[in-house]
Design a protein around this ligand. Structure first.
Ligand code: TMP
Length: 224
């Protein structure tokens, strides 16, 4: 029997937009639909990619420039794709990934000035045809995001950049999402629950237009 391929959802956005929390909450929602969901993240998500994550986020690769960092993100992504994401999709699981190719487009491309043709070529090698089915871009005003990220403690190589860098990141994510049917911008201000509800509404409308989610049954309530 041919398994139905799972759907691939990515969450993107600047620092402190709440992606990791929201990825977990979106996964929990999809599980209430009876779906099997794999949660993963970049850079990382496979043994090889987690090793490269440390090199990138510690700042060890920074002296070699944005192009070298782009190569390392792509190498990590290729391993993540081969070892984790593609096998899960082929086995029918839904995959939710905290950051993916659009982070390279924004941080290394738009902000780091790496040539778009090089990024296209790296993307082709790393992911082939496996583009996400849906990308949610979580958006908050830059200063709010940075203050949330600072509250988490020790800053990584990218969080250490200044306000102008992070403003450019936000602008570039919004520009990517414009005129793209794959991306939806989610207003990530307000309570965690409000943001989750906005995200769920988008995912339901995009991925399950003909199959509204059943409300969760309360204990003691009978199935029809
Ligand atoms: P995070 O785990 O807090 O999201 O940190 C990952 C950092 O790595 C974040 O600052 C964005 C950056 N990044 C890139 O620059 N390019 C990429 O392709 C990815 C996946 C992440």
């Amino acid at each position: 029997m041919q398994l139905m391929r799972g759907k691939f959802i990515t969450l993107e956005g600047g620092e402190g937009t709440g992606k990791s929390t929201q990825a977990r909450r979106l996964a929990a929602h999809l599980r209430t639909r009876g779906l099997s969901v794999l949660e993963t993240r970049e850079p990382g998500g496979s043994a090889g990619a987690e090793a490269v994550r440390h090199v990138l986020l510690s700042g060890a690769a920074q002296p070699f420039g944005s192009e070298a960092e782009a190569l390392l993100f792509a190498a990590a992504r290729a391993d993540h794709m081969d070892e984790t994401i593609r096998p899960a999709l082929e086995a029918g699981h839904y995959v939710i990934c905290d950051r993916f190719i659009d982070s390279s487009r924004v941080y290394q491309g738009a902000v780091g000035q790496v040539d778009a043709e090089l990024l296209d070529a790296l993307e082709a090698v790393a992911i082939g045809e496996d583009l996400p089915d849906l990308t949610l871009v979580l958006d908050v005003p830059t200063e709010l995001g940075l203050s949330r990220a600072e509250a988490r403690g020790k800053a990584d190589r990218f969080e250490r950049e200044g306000l102008a860098f992070h403003e450019a990141v936000r602008t570039a994510f919004l520009a990517l999402a414009e005129n793209s049917s794959r991306h939806v911008v989610i207003d990530a201000r307000g309570s965690v629950e409000d943001v989750t509800q906005r995200m769920i509404a988008t995912v339901e409308a995009r991925l399950f237009p003909a199959m509204p989610a059943r409300p969760m049954l309360q204990e003691g309530q009978a199935h029809e």
